[in-house]
Design a protein around this ligand. Structure first.
Ligand code: FES
Ligand SMILES: [Fe+2]
Length: 474
């Protein structure tokens, strides 16, 4: 079938710098065989977000080759605890083998393919298939076949009737899986995200709540709503608080700044039900009478240092693990957002964070999960929040900030289909991550080598906010 692609007149089909001339519509596939490829770094063709063939290519060449956050470790606290991880048409058993090891298996009985488990549970004594009762031990090894003698020998080859292993590693308080036995190790694929989050002690955090949303949009469109700050003024007006920004004329009133800052922290906390945790807001409120200098930049720096110090002291006094936030600031490691390709986010604020995961349910349907993470005294961690039911994106139970983000998304997915609309135009400076991300997707879809992809991932797995368009190596 012929598809319509956009390339600049006279250009080669390889990724090009921003075109200055006129774009023409021609019927040519890109050189690498990727439909609707990112021919221009700052334009994302609309069909990437709904085309069935593009979606199938992602299943075949991206989701089958990437490390995916499969569960939080507190979901499987004890040996033999398991959860089911689903991605597209694949189902995986993720099981804690011992205190340090998590293993994974394809969730399909070797007899006639029935899913061996559903949801979560404990497999003390192994797994029993619910259909005819084939049994597997906790290593996935087949341990019993009812009426064994009724099968021919070649169908019961001992090496061929065990559950099929899936690669699994742990990091950052989560278990991660990858279907590709040739993929580089997890850590290589998620740097520098991993090192930055390690410095911030991500693995010491626990989920306070866990929600899930069914969004009627493509998975890439869904996550791209959360990677830039360009939308904040229009979509989240309550976060634009007079007095927080330093006036250009040099006038500065410390009390106005302090009031605005406390108001912002409360808005962020209530708006996300915890990204700035209520504990940290309380610590900040306790500082409302501190003396700040009359010089704006000095006052802002002093406020940040004082609040960081007070938050760290508050958590350490209670026996929680927390990094020295001022030291992280000095090292440039105290960042408001960490992105991990293809679908995992951490948004740290002081002691706590929101964390997102996006999974495709169809070309125009996404499951977005949000965890609110915070720190607890060692030994005083709460039970795991239950697996969330899937709320619709307009459900009244959503906190105000995600509800505002969600309200735009269905309108955007609809708008993309309009005949006159061909591509999204991206700001070089404010929406660079979207371009970097989409071009990395093309790298996977065109079958680039892991060496090439690792270089792109190292540019992508950073704080996406205000990240410009960068060279990812292809
Ligand atoms: S399908 Fe599992 S025992 Fe038959
Ligand atoms: Fe937003």
């Amino acid at each position: 079938m012929t598809r319509t692609y956009i390339v600049p007149i006279g250009s080669s089909p390889c990724p090009q710098p921003t075109p200055r001339g006129v774009a023409a519509i021609v019927d040519e596939p890109s050189a690498a065989g990727v439909p609707f490829a990112m021919q221009h770094r700052d334009r994302a063709p609309k069909a990437r977000y709904f085309d069935q063939h593009f979606y199938e290519l992602e299943a075949e060449r991206l989701w089958s080759r990437t490390w995916q956050m499969a569960c939080r470790l507190e979901e499987i606290p004890s040996p033999r605890n398991y959860v089911e991880y689903e991605i597209l048409d694949q189902s995986v058993i993720v099981m804690r083998a011992d205190a340090d090891t998590v293993v994974a298996f394809q969730n399909a009985c070797r007899h006639r393919g029935v899913k061996v488990i559903e949801g979560n549970g404990n497999c003390e004594g192994g797994f029993v298939c619910p259909f005819h009762g084939w049994c597997y031990d906790e290593h996935g090894k087949n341990s019993f076949v009812p009426a064994r003698k009724t099968f021919s020998e070649h169908n019961l080859d001992a090496d061929d009737i065990n559950l099929i292993s899936v690669r699994c590693e742990t990091w950052g308080g989560c278990a991660w899986i990858n279907f590709d036995n040739d993929a580089p190790p997890l850590r290589d694929c998620i740097e520098p995200f991993a090192s930055i989050q390690d410095a911030w002690q991500l693995e010491a955090m626990r989920a306070e709540w866990w929600y899930a949303c069914r969004l009627p949009v493509n998975w890439k469109l869904a996550q791209e709503a959360f990677v830039e700050q360009y939308h904040v003024v229009e979509s989240h007006p309550q976060l634009v608080i007079p007095g927080r920004l330093l006036p250009r004329d040099g006038s500065f009133d410390p009390q106005t700044f302090l009031d605005a800052e406390l108001h912002y922290l409360r808005m962020m906390s209530e708006g996300m039900a915890g990204m700035v945790h209520a504990n940290d807001v309380q610590v900040a409120e306790g500082l409302r009478n501190i003396e700040l200098p009359a010089d704006g930049p000095t006052a802002v720096a002093q406020w940040n240092r004082t609040l960081n110090e007070a938050v760290v002291a508050w958590h350490r006094d209670r026996g929680s693990i927390i990094a020295d936030l001022n030291e992280l600031d000095a090292q440039g490691l105290n960042q408001p957002m960490g992105y991990c390709f293809p679908n995992f986010f951490v948004l740290p604020m002081y002691s706590s964070a929101s964390s997102y995961r996006f999974r495709p349910l169809g070309p125009e349907e996404t499951l977005m999960e949000i965890w609110s993470l915070t720190r607890f005294p060692v030994g005083g961690e709460p039970p795991v929040p239950p697996v969330p039911e899937r709320w619709e994106c307009d459900d009244d139970r959503w906190p105000p900030i995600p509800r505002q983000d969600f309200s735009n998304l269905p309108k955007q997915q609809k708008g993309l289909h309009n005949k006159g609309f061909e591509y999204m135009r991206l700001s070089e400076r404010n929406e660079g991550h979207i371009s970097n991300f989409e071009r990395t997707v093309d790298g996977f879809l065109s079958g680039r080598s892991y060496d090439e992809l690792l270089r792109a991932l190292a540019e992508l797995n950073v704080n996406p906010l205000e990240r410009p368009i960068v060279d990812i190596g292809f």
